[in-house]
Design a protein. Structure first.
Length: 347
């Protein structure tokens, strides 16, 4: 089985993290792959360091980017894949039909016009699959492919080296600095939790407004914007609580990362976390954009040791049952084999 993976995503983001993790998981499982990515020195170095040598292409506007079209066509002709997997809209829009199977991956509730050359589509949740079917896709060609979280041991970071102090509860939030992530709401909530500190690990267009908000609320000594980090296991190992305050979140890899790391989780009822987390059992859920409710939930977890222990233990059980590398890679392999069997039968 040969799989050509195509990703044209941004430098940072949850979908991009999922792509790298999945490629490396399939690589470790012995799947023969070739990888084509949008030019990104850091991502290319990360893949090469793990033994996967990517082809880098521009992935500009499809109708004028002849270099990418020719490069991708050459990769297909040279590798002769059984499956070509297009990750998100831009990559999927460059796919062409051929003797292989085209599988399009959705990181959100996308317009399916970008996937017109795909044979099958997959999303990360039941809601995404339902969206695909509602948009007119045949149910037998709509699938769920989940993400996994690495199950490594993180090492506690030196809080003082990152401008924080020891001894105070440390909250951790991860994601792009984008309106959808609602870090502004979390920063407002910090006013009501004066004994806690907050690290926000991510980068994006809202850095300056968030920095201004932190300064205006006089939280600079307790709230730190760390930039994009690749040591997520270490961040989780250092934190006392993970907070996921998104306004819009189709799935939310952060949830399963917290479960894997045995860190208690507070999240909003946005689409992904709201469907994934069992409120009061493996995390706490609060309404979107509700500063007071978010602060109250964080306070509950910090003050109630029994609650913390319960949601950590149950979250870890959910992770081990559904979101380990082994389980998720097995689901990819099973879908690949099913699609190829159907293609052979049709031929």
């Amino acid at each position: 089985m040969r799989v050509l993976q195509v990703m044209a995503g941004a430098p940072h983001g949850g979908a991009e993290t999922c792509f790298v993790d999945t490629v490396l998981g399939l690589h470790r499982a012995g799947i023969e792959q070739r990888v084509v990515i949008r030019r990104d020195a850091a991502r290319a170095a990360l893949l090469r360091g793990a033994g996967v040598d990517p082809i880098e292409l521009p992935f500009g506007a499809r109708w004028i980017d002849f270099r990418t079209r020719m490069g991708l066509g050459s990769a297909v002709a040279d590798f002769r894949p059984d499956i070509v997997m297009g990750w998100m809209r831009r990559a999927a829009s460059f796919l062409k039909r051929g003797p292989h199977v085209n599988l399009g991956w959705l990181g959100g509730f996308y317009d399916l016009k970008y996937y017109r050359h795909c044979d099958h589509l997959a999303g990360m949740s039941a809601d995404m699959r339902q969206h695909i079917v509602k948009e007119g896709w045949a149910p037998e060609r709509a699938h769920i492919l989940r993400a996994y979280a690495p199950d490594g041991k993180g090492y506690r970071l030196d809080r003082t080296a990152l401008g924080s102090r020891d001894g105070a509860p440390l909250l951790l939030a991860l994601g792009r600095l984008h309106e959808a992530k609602a870090f502004d709401v979390l920063i407002d909530a910090m006013v009501q939790i004066p004994d806690a500190q907050l690290w926000i690990a991510g980068e994006g267009e809202l850095r300056a407004p968030l920095e201004a908000q932190i300064g205006r609320l006089r939280l600079s000594d307790r709230v730190k914007l760390l930039g994009w980090r690749n040591d997520r296991l270490d961040l989780m190992a250092t934190a006392d609580l993970c907070v996921f305050p998104s306004r819009y979140e189709p799935f939310g890899i952060v949830s399963i990362e917290a479960w894997a790391a045995r860190v208690p989780l507070v999240a909003t009822r946005s689409a992904g976390p709201g469907a994934l987390i069992r409120d009061g059992e493996d995390g706490l859920l609060v309404p979107i954009d509700d500063v007071a409710a978010l602060a109250t939930a964080i306070r509950r977890v910090l003050d109630d040791g029994d609650l913390r222990a319960r949601i950590v233990a149950n979250g870890r059980l959910r992770y081990e049952a559904e979101f380990t590398e082994r389980a998720v890679v097995a689901s990819y392999k099973a879908l690949f084999e099913r699609m190829l069997a159907e293609r052979r039968k049709a031929a």
